[in-house]
Design a binder for this molecule. Structure first.
Ligand code: ADP
Ligand code: MG
Length: 390
């Protein structure tokens, strides 16, 4: 999404130049799924798909919002939404405007003097595809306000505020991964993030140089985070931690897993959730050490193991996601897994560069044969995190 185009859109709407233009990316998670609300490890990287926002300050307590991606009933871009900052209240808004308004609310709650803004934005991040358009939207607004109001907040602090906006204001109980990915990822790297203390390491991840490609297959099945399934898994993990007497499942060591499962007795549902989280944290650590030792191809089987764990233990995959993974592996992929919250969304496929096109075609043919909506496949190359463009 071009800065110039979004700037022009701003001028056409509001009749003045914006103070600046910012962008924040969508993300895919390489490995580490449903670990971020268990204080565990994740490893996302930023996509070249971005949400770009042109923003100007206001001093009158008014927030004006417009998204080029939101259509009105006539199919054209909808009108400007105007909100008063002093009327913002958690879970009062069921529309897209809750995400940017939530960022204002969270900043004001934390005592930051933001007094309004005019915002026009446009995005190339697919929504509801497990690629985190919601965090891109929050983080682009937070970064713009941090700059314009000279708040002096660090990236990880912006991510925390955005998470609070999404959890409390929007009412979606997500972990910290998405917002941190949008705020902190860097080009050419995957972000190894410890979600307990937000310590992070940038891991070089240049598949092209090693003759591989990473495909993202959007199944076009929309997930819905706020629907109860995500919350149920989260509550089950919390129950597991409580039964095991730890702060979070991250504290269950991998080599103590069998003992922990034995202690959970006949809590079959909780046992499965615990097994996923503990083995998944371990997979992230193994992927990091393989990447750091240059053994990139060896991460493939770990991705596939992660998928099996999400499908069988965490039970959040679905027929479309499973079909991508199974078909890709049959067609020679090095590894494949669903990515994101689950219940639809996207899968990732790691492949030798020369096999990627045949894998894409095989997945398309399998979807057609199954009568599923045609998937959308693109290659993911680690791109830049949130930044000011103009
Ligand atoms: P995901 O983050 O995986 O894309 P979510 O359900 O968390 O899915 O967030 C998607 C929601 O975020 C959309 O339904 C919409 O309300 C909001 N959103 C994201 N990007 C935009 C955008 N560019 N314009 C308007 N709303 C957006
Ligand atoms: Mg989201």
């Amino acid at each position: 999404m071009g800065a110039q185009q979004v700037r022009d859109g701003f001028v056409a709407l509001y009749g003045a130049e914006p103070d600046g233009v910012w962008s924040a990316p969508g993300r895919v998670n390489l490995i580490g799924e449903h670990t971020d609300y268990n204080d565990g490890f994740v490893m996302p990287f930023a996509l070249p798909h971005t949400t770009v926002a042109a923003v100007s300050r206001r001093t009158d307590g008014v927030l004006r919002l417009h998204s080029a991606n939101v259509k009105d009933t006539a199919g054209t871009a909808g009108g400007v939404v105007e909100l008063r900052l002093d009327a913002l209240a958690p879970e009062s808004d069921r529309n897209w405007t809750a995400y940017p308004a939530g960022v204002f609310w969270a900043l004001r709650e934390a005592g930051h003097p933001v007094t309004g803004a005019d915002i026009h934005l446009a995005s190339t991040v697919p929504t509801g595809a497990g690629l985190s358009s919601s965090a891109a939207l929050e983080v682009v607004v937070a970064l713009a306000l941090n700059d314009l109001y000279e708040l002096g907040l660090q990236r990880w602090q912006l991510a925390r505020l955005c998470q609070r906006a999404e959890n409390v204001y929007v009412g979606a109980p997500t972990g910290i991964m998405d917002q941190t990915a949008a705020a902190c990822c860097t080009e050419g790297h995957a972000l190894f993030l410890d979600t307990r203390d937000l310590s992070q390491r940038q891991i070089p991840f240049d598949l092209a140089a090693e003759g591989m490609r990473l495909l993202v297959v959007d199944t076009r099945v929309k997930h819905a985070h706020s629907d109860g399934e995500y919350g149920k898994r989260r509550a089950g993990c919390e129950k597991g931690a409580a039964l095991l007497g730890v702060d979070a499942l991250r504290d269950v060591p991998y080599d103590g897993l069998d003992a922990a499962l034995a202690r959970l007795g006949d809590e079959e549902e909780v046992r499965r959730l615990v097994r996923h989280v503990v083995t998944e944290d371990h997979r992230v650590e193994r992927v990091v050490s393989l990447l750091e030792s240059g053994d990139t191809r060896a991460i493939g089987p770990l991705l596939t193991e992660g998928h099996a764990s999400l499908r069988d233990d965490f039970r959040i995959s679905g027929p479309e996601l499973d079909l991508v993974v199974d078909t890709a592996l049959e067609a020679g992929a090095l590894g494949a897994r669903m990515t994101g919250g689950g219940f639809g969304g996207s899968a990732i496929v790691l492949a030798e560069a020369g096999d990627a096109d045949a894998i894409t075609k095989a997945v398309e043919a399998a979807f057609a044969a199954a009568g599923f909506t045609a998937p959308r496949t693109f290659e993911a190359v680690p791109a830049a995190g949130a930044r000011r463009l103009v």
